[in-house]
Design a protein around this ligand. Structure first.
Ligand code: TYD
Length: 132
């Protein structure tokens, strides 16, 4: 019933001598893109996130550095993802409680299916735990 989070591998075009290009084309974007934002300079000791969303789906990519993403779905299924390849994204479905911790050099790009709307957030963990 709920979609679970999963990794998406993007093409890695190039080689060690020339460098690489990765690309997210339509068939590897499971929704219409409405927003792209990026997160950077987060101190290593800070855990960001700590919320879920009613409508938002997004793909997180560590285009630099390493990001540890912990997820929990309604019903209690928990996962832990380590993003450290610029050609790998994590699809974060709706109703996915998540936290992120960043290496000092990391840059996270998020590709999202909707505009920023605070009313879409579930920021209270107890409220999240009530979702069946
Ligand atoms: P939030 O989504 O809680 O960040 P994170 O999940 O990384 O901890 O957003 C932090 C703040 O930034 C919050 O006040 C809302 C604001 N914000 C926007 O104004 N627009 C955006 O597109 C995003 C993602 C956040």
């Amino acid at each position: 019933m709920y979609k679970q989070p999963y990794l998406i591998e993007y093409p890695k075009i190039g080689n060690t001598l020339q460098g690489y290009i990765s690309v997210a084309e339509k068939e590897k974007l499971p929704f219409d893109v409405k927003r792209v934002y990026w997160t950077y300079y987060t101190p290593e000791e800070v855990k960001r996130g700590g919320h879920a969303h009613h409508q938002l789906e997004q793909i997180l990519i560590a285009v630099a550095g390493k990001i540890i993403v912990e997820t929990e779905m309604p019903g209690g299924i928990k996962d832990r993802f380590i993003l450290e390849s610029p050609n790998v994204g994590l699809l974060m479905p709706t109703y996915c409680w998540h936290t992120m911790q960043y290496s000092h050099n990391s840059v996270q790009v998020c590709i999202a299916n909707m505009a920023y709307e605070e009313s879409d957030y579930i920021r209270d963990y107890n409220e999240f735990k009530l979702i069946k």
